[in-house]
Design a binder for this molecule. Structure first.
Ligand code: ATP
Ligand code: MG
Length: 278
């Protein structure tokens, strides 16, 4: 089972502790939502799990698929089935979306260079007809426009277009566990529904597990999480079911946290939801 098991994770950036003891288990087929005010450490958690070099793990452990995730390189993590959709996807001018997606699949298969190799057991690049087929399926699932994938990756893409291409990449790579960092921000109402239903489909049909980082309950109407966690100042201070997200939307952080016996940080007012940056 490719479960993700995080125990007492402490993460520092440039000597400052941002995460102070995270305990969280995401199993295949489960949807978890991670909510929390701006700056509480949600993106830090996703970067640390993907192995970004600026995020130093000072304590704790992360197990993925029964192995020590923290000992793995970034591409080993990806090959084992961990996927991160970034809050701010980067542009790659000069590389078309189609080529990027094919390279991503090949890298994921462990193909080195152009894949020419005398070793018969070496991983082989995906064949073009097979690539076309999986790409068509994923584009159909996520209603991605043909013109978009001919363009250079994220170069001049609108915020919503970048997010769609990220999710297209996810559908092609077929991860065991996906972390979606504010995939909903910047998507228009129709795109939000299509992307969210696509994620839900990967969960239902392929048994993917998802950690959905979001500020708003809206995406959770299409991707219904079994578990909702609230992160404040680098700690998960409360966990519950879907109703917890609904309560946050209605009441804001302060009253909900108070009901758990936690004092909200001063910058989080009653009835006020933290906004997004994207
Ligand atoms: N590279 C960095 N250098 C300095 N500080 C950082 C760095 N990365 C994160 N931080 C700090 O860590 C804290 C947590 O940031 P993070 O991006 O994880 O928050 P977040 O919960 O994702 O917020 P948001 O909801 O706004 O996306 C913030 O105070 C941020 O300024
Ligand atoms: Mg963030």
């Amino acid at each position: 089972m490719a479960d993700l098991i995080i125990k007492n994770l402490h993460v520092s950036v440039e000597g400052t502790e941002i995460l102070s003891g995270i305990d969280l288990t995401v199993r295949k087929g489960e949807i978890h939502a991670l909510m929390g005010p701006n700056g509480s450490g949600k993106s830090t958690l996703s970067y640390a799990l993907m192995g970004h070099p600026s995020y130093e793990i000072t304590q704790g452990s992360v197990e993925f698929d029964g192995q020590d995730l923290l000992e793995m390189s970034v591409d080993e993590r990806a090959r084992l089935g961990l996927f991160l959709a970034f809050q701010y996807p980067q542009a790659v001018p000069g590389v078309s979306v189609t080529n990027f997606l094919r390279m991503a699949i090949n890298a994921h298969r462990g193909v080195r260079g152009d894949g020419r190799n005398d070793d018969p057991d070496a991983p082989k690049p995906i064949k073009i007809p097979e690539f076309r087929k999986v790409l068509e399926e994923a584009m159909e699932l996520l209603k991605v426009d043909r013109d978009l994938i001919r363009r250079y990756l994220n170069d001049g893409f609108s915020g919503g277009e970048k997010k769609r291409v990220e999710i297209l990449q996810m559908a092609l790579l077929n991860p065991a566990i996906a972390i979606l960092d504010e995939t909903d921000s910047g998507l228009d109402i129709d795109a939000l529904r299509i992307v969210a239903e696509g994620v839900q489909k990967l969960v239902t049909e392929r048994g993917m597990g998802a950690l959905v980082i979001t500020h708003y309950q809206r995406i959770l109407n299409y991707i219904e999480p079994e578990f909702v966690h609230i992160l404040v100042d680098g700690k998960i201070v409360a966990s519950g079911g879907f109703d917890l997200a609904k309560r946050l939307e209605l009441e804001g952080y302060a009253p909900v946290l108070e009901s758990f016996g936690i004092e909200a940080p001063a910058r989080v007012g009653a009835g006020e939801l933290a906004g997004t940056k994207a």
